[in-house]
Ligand binder design. Structure first.
Ligand code: MN
Length: 502
């Protein structure tokens, strides 16, 4: 169980008011869950305290940590919303509500809809902090998955790989992604897990030895050239990411050069490039393996220089060079941008660029001969504009994070078929659009629609999360009236075809 002292310790530097909030939330949750137990037989409160500790470790503020402590009290401990509002205010209630809502979205193993479900997840969350709480919650649930009944484990682990880890990756939280993937791996692919674990074990000893040798020599040379080294260490490749790489290399571990990679952290970007020059002066680089993610960051904002060098004894070692800021961002992603350092938000100016960059693939946008700038402005969603405005006034990380709204899907609705498949439609779509999106035959013979189990009119606008069931009859056919209900061009075209063919 995470103690209150442990959590507060991670929060050092915050105001007494913030400490008081976390303390109240801690004590309230402890009392509210006191009769409940986890599958493991341990007190339920253990789960929420660990969730809160995870959030503190991600660098989140007092409000988010408090919401993490309270995230299950309404759903599982029958505390009323009114009581929560009264005791903890609207903001915390809003966060808990969001956490509960996205907790109800279940992945049903339909892989082709994983992308839609991820979008739905983000759209429903409305606030990045809600996602952070869900991720922290999932991390603890994955750590204790062995206690869950066997028949549920695989589904939960699959959901983690399909929905949660891609979101952690998208938000640039590399550490969390690696942890979640490795926790899920043995439940989803037990045999492969054992195989990869064994392969890594066989190789790791000699690899680490080699990396340490390279590290020693490099540190000496950098010191001689007057480049300060803040830190060197190495990271072992996470098992699941090693597995994915092995799949591309015919499961041949000798073709994987970064089982262990040496990390060198130097003060500035200029030092990074100088260090790269020194590295290549000592060892010959493997052609085609020099990656400058400083000049061209990865889509999730990741920055570093990677190079793989011949160490002279017939082996290869990957070296990654980065600044402390890049390192922090690689580990903590979105959270790194809103954490305090000496009372200032780190990297304040880059936050908007970065958030925009990572979420751009979700935003779409037309490319109709507009300039880059025009394009950027035309696809700029409301949440981004809000963020830009918020940054000008806000110095509190908690507030800034709240400003990173996720309402960029506001013009889409995500609805379910009775089987749990997700259908992605424009806002204002009706059961008519839904029916044709599922299948032409269903649209062409639609006799009625049930929304969330209730018979509903064909002109009802669908809302995200609705479960829609189409009632069909062989004798039913599209009528001109349907054209008034249809919002999508697909449905309108099919209706017209059908009418003119009659
Ligand atoms: Mn929970």
């Amino acid at each position: 169980m995470a103690t209150l002292e442990e959590i507060l310790e991670l929060l050092k530097g915050v105001s007494d008011q913030d400490k008081d909030l976390v303390t109240r939330a801690y004590e309230f949750a402890q009392e509210a869950h006191k009769k409940q137990k986890r599958y493991s037989g341990e007190p339920y409160f253990l789960h929420v305290s660990e969730t809160a500790k995870n959030l503190a470790e991600f660098g989140m503020g007092a409000v988010t940590i408090s919401a993490g402590l309270l995230h299950d009290v309404i759903e599982d401990a029958e505390v009323s919303k009114e009581e929560m509002r009264e005791k903890f205010g609207d903001e915390i209630l809003f966060l808990i509500d969001g956490v509960t809502k996205i907790g109800k979205l279940k992945y049903r193993g339909v892989e082709r809809h994983a992308e839609s479900l991820r979008k739905l997840f983000i759209a429903t969350a409305k606030d990045i902090r809600v996602i952070m709480i869900r991720l922290a919650d999932r991390l603890h649930n994955m750590k204790t998955l062995e206690h869950v009944p066997a028949h549920k484990r695989k589904r939960i682990a699959q959901e983690t790989l399909q929905i949660y880890t891609p979101i952690a990756h998208r938000l640039g939280i590399g550490r969390l992604r690696g942890q979640l993937e490795d926790l899920a791996f043995p439940y989803v692919h037990p045999e492969k897990y054992k195989e990869v674990l064994e392969l890594r074990k066989q190789k790791s000893k000699e690899t680490i030895k080699r990396v340490e040798k390279v590290s020693k020599k490099l540190k000496k040379e950098l010191a001689a050239q007057k480049i300060e080294v803040i830190k060197t260490d190495y990271r072992m490749k996470h098992l699941y990411s090693l597995y994915k790489k092995l799949l591309k290399k015919d499961m041949n571990i000798d073709k994987v050069y970064d089982i262990a990679a040496l990390r060198v952290i130097v003060p500035t970007v200029v030092d990074c490039y100088k260090a790269l020059g020194i590295i290549h002066g000592i060892w010959t680089p493997l052609p085609g393996r020099i990656k400058d993610y400083i000049a061209s960051p990865k889509i999730n904002g990741y920055q570093s220089i990677h190079t793989t060098v011949f160490t002279g004894d017939g082996f290869l070692v990957e070296i990654q060079v980065r600044t402390p800021e890049m390192h922090r961002e690689a580990e903590f992603g979105v959270a790194a941008h809103v954490s305090y350092k000496n009372g200032k938000i780190l990297d304040e100016k880059n936050t908007t660029d970065w958030v925009k960059k990572i979420l751009e693939p979700f935003l779409g946008g037309e490319t109709s001969g507009e300039s880059e700038q025009e394009k950027a402005q035309s696809v700029r969603p409301a949440w981004l504009s809000n963020l830009i405005e918020a940054q000008e006034e806000v110095s509190d990380p908690e507030e800034l994070l709240g400003a990173i709204q996720t309402d960029f899907f506001d013009d889409r609705v995500f609805v379910f078929t009775p089987n749990g498949d997700v259908i992605d439609l424009p806002e204002g779509s009706t059961p008519v659009d839904f029916a044709f999106a599922v299948h032409t035959d269903i649209g062409s013979h639609m006799a009625g629609a049930k929304i969330n189990g209730k018979l509903s009119s064909l002109e009802t606008a669908l809302a995200s999360g609705d479960i829609v069931e189409i009632v069909t009859k062989n004798s039913a056919h599209p009528t001109p009236k349907w054209l008034e209900y249809a919002k999508t061009s697909l449905a309108r075209r099919k209706i017209r075809n059908s009418i003119s063919g009659n």
